[in-house]
Each structure stands twice: as structure tokens, then as C-alpha cells.
Design a protein around this ligand. Sequence first.
Ligand code: NAD
Ligand code: UD1
Length: 343
Amino acid sequence: MNILVTGGAGFIGSHCCVQLLDEGHDVTVVDNLSNSSIEAIYNIELITGKKINFFEIDLLDEEGMNNLFQSKKFDAVIHFAGSKSVSESVDFPLKYYFNNVYSSILLIRIMAKYDIKNLIFSSSATVYGEPSSVPINESFPIKGMNPYAISKIKVEEHLRGNFHEYPDWRIILLRYFNPIGAHKSGLLGDNPNDKPNNLMPFILKVASMEEEYLEVFGNDYETKDGTGVRDYIHVSDLSDAHVSSLNYLLSSDEKSGFCHALNIGTGRGYSVLEIIETFEKINNKNIPYKVVDRRPGDISQSFTDTELSQRMLKWSAKKDLNDMCKDSWKWKQSEMKRKKYES
Ligand code: NAD
Ligand code: UD1
């Protein structure tokens, strides 16, 4: 099948491309490289021994996108491209409405123009805001607590609205929990161009001695040890969930179209201290930390009910926290070696 992957040079998209190529699909990537680099594309090709059709195009460039859709007929689109920093979205909300919402509307429009009806969209567990209980299932209320979350909710709404206009579209909205880990080769990982603010990238900075210690944001939550609890999922498992979603889109016996929202996580919650402890043990590295105030906007705990994704996609996460910590550190070490070699 011919699959268009937007944002395919990024963290999750690049891992997904590997899996799609391994499954025998023909993969076209469109990415403006605003938060990634062309190395990711070369590394996908190195890992798989297969060729990617890469186009450095901004999704906001209507003419460029039109030319692309004119040149090739796609069977499905997996839409990862967008901006993903919550703190940046608070400072620059318009950027998020433009780069996440407007770009997605343009994509939907061009798909409609060229009669492409299968779409997987990267949504986020952030759409649930502070949940009233855990585990979180797909029927929980949606609450946008910051412009990033609102941008995801808006795209979900547009896709549902679009679905009314084009009832034969097949759409899956994947609400990811907390993706971490890296490809086992050490060649692909979370490699943002800007300063990261998520937990694992920070632990990696401490492990590599770029930072002296980790700040643990609060130990007074109502959780097992007072620190925040999240559902961390290995990026390879997350990529598998996309392949399963694609199979569902392309072969489901649901007669009419559909627009399903699915939570993608492991169903297990780990605290910040548990992550530090596991990382230290599996990698034999010391991670010094200091407990500081809670981070504004943080929720206390979040993990998913996996029932719907398991039933619908016949998919479940296979990798555990040891794998996530081990592969993250392996990637960081390879990255450090590459940087040393380049300088
Ligand atoms: P990423 O930043 O690594 O990848 C996004 C890619 O999209 C980058 O390669 C970037 O260059 C590209 N891009 C951004 N704007 C573009 C545009 N206008 N035109 C073309 N390309 C553009 O992010 P990621 O972690 O791989 O996340 C992928 C998707 O999953 C995003 O939509 C993100 O919001 C969502 N998501 C991520 C997480 C997470 O923790 N990583 C959690 C939930 C949801
Ligand atoms: C953050 C975003 C969320 C987004 C998700 C995945 C915020 C408020 N939320 O969520 O919208 O969907 O990333 O990209 O930014 N922690 C520390 N020290 C650190 C970093 C994090 O203690 O230096 C703690 C946090 O308080 C939290 C846990 O680690 O309890 C995970 O944090 P993070 O990786 O940022 O993910 P989320 O908070 O789930």
C-alpha cells in the first residue's frame, strides 16, 4: 500500500516508518524538518534497507502539498506533523492553532480533493485534562487545559465534522499516553531541535552529565510515593499500534465509514521515582535529583484503560519499563558518540 506519513522524520513518525517499511508498504514522508533532521530519514533507510520517498514540504504550503498529491495516489495518510510543546503553546498559542489546527484542515481538504479516505491522526491523552479517576477510558470528558491540548481537540472535532460530510471516510484518532524509548539500533530516538521538557529526555541529560540533577516536580500528589504517575509506552509499541490501526482501516468489515478515538498506552502507571529507580538499575547510572515545586498545569496521575484498543486493534504493548529505560539510554549514548565524531 502507498502510505503518506506527515512528520515522518520526527520521534514517533520515524519509528513508525521503520515498521511500515518492514511490513512491505511504500512510504512517502512529508516533513519540514522544523523539529527533526534529514539524518532520521537516512537512518530509517539504513535500518530497513529500503527507500523512503522524502519531500521537505511544510503542510501549510498548499501548492507543494497539491503537487505531491497530484504526483502520487495514496491509500492512507498517517498524520504526525505538528508542534508538541505544552509550555511553548502557552507562550505562542497562535503558532499551535496555525501549525496544528490549520495545517490539519488543509490536509483534510486536500485528501478530500484527491479522494483519499483513510486517516490516522496523532492525538494525545492531554485531551482528557485532569481526569476525575484512573484508568482513563475513551468516554471520559474532554478538557483542553492549554493551547496544545485545545489544538488536538479542535483537530479531532474537525475530523468528526468532516466525517459527517464524507461518511465513507475511515478515521482513527490515536490518543497517545507518554511515549519514551528508542529504536533498538540506537539510530532513532527523541531528538528535538529545542530544549526538551519531558521527563525521559531530562533523565538522559542527567545521565550524560549535561545536567547536574533532575528536578522532580512535586512529591505531594495523592499517588503511591507522592510523585506524578504516567503511562509510559515504548515508541516501538506505539508504532505497532499504528500498523494495527492501518490494518483496521484497510481491512475492517465495518460497512460504512467511521471515526474512532482510541487510547494508546500500556495500562500501567509509574511514578517519577519509579522511573528514576528503574533507569538507575537497568543502566547502572546514578540519577541525582531534587524535589522542587509542582510544575504548573501538571496533573497527578494518568494511565489508560486498554480494553478498547486491545479489542478493536488486536494490539497490546509488549515492552516493559526496563526496555524503555535501556533503549532510551542506548540511543543517547549513540547520539553522544555521533556528536563527538562530528566535532
Ligand atoms: P516530533 O516533533 O518529533 O515530530 C513531529 C514532526 O513534524 C517533526 O519532524 C517536525 O519537523 C514535523 N513538522 C512540524 N510541523 C510541520 C509542518 N507544518 N509541516 C511539515 N512537517 C512539520 O514529535 P513526535 O513526538 O514525533 O510527535 C508526533 C505527533 O504525536 C505530534 O502531533 C504530537 O503532538 C503527537 N503526540 C506526541 C506525544 C509525545 O510525547 N511525543 C504525545 C502525544 C501526542
Ligand atoms: C507533558 C505535557 C502533556 C503532553 C505530554 C507528552 C505538560 C504540562 N504536559 O505531559 O500535555 O501530552 O508531556 O508530550 O507539559 N517531571 C519531573 N521533572 C522533569 C520533567 C517531568 O518531575 O524534569 C514529571 C512530571 O511532573 C510528570 C512526569 O514527570 O509527573 C512526566 O512528565 P512529562 O514527561 O513532561 O509528561 P506529562 O506531564 O505527562
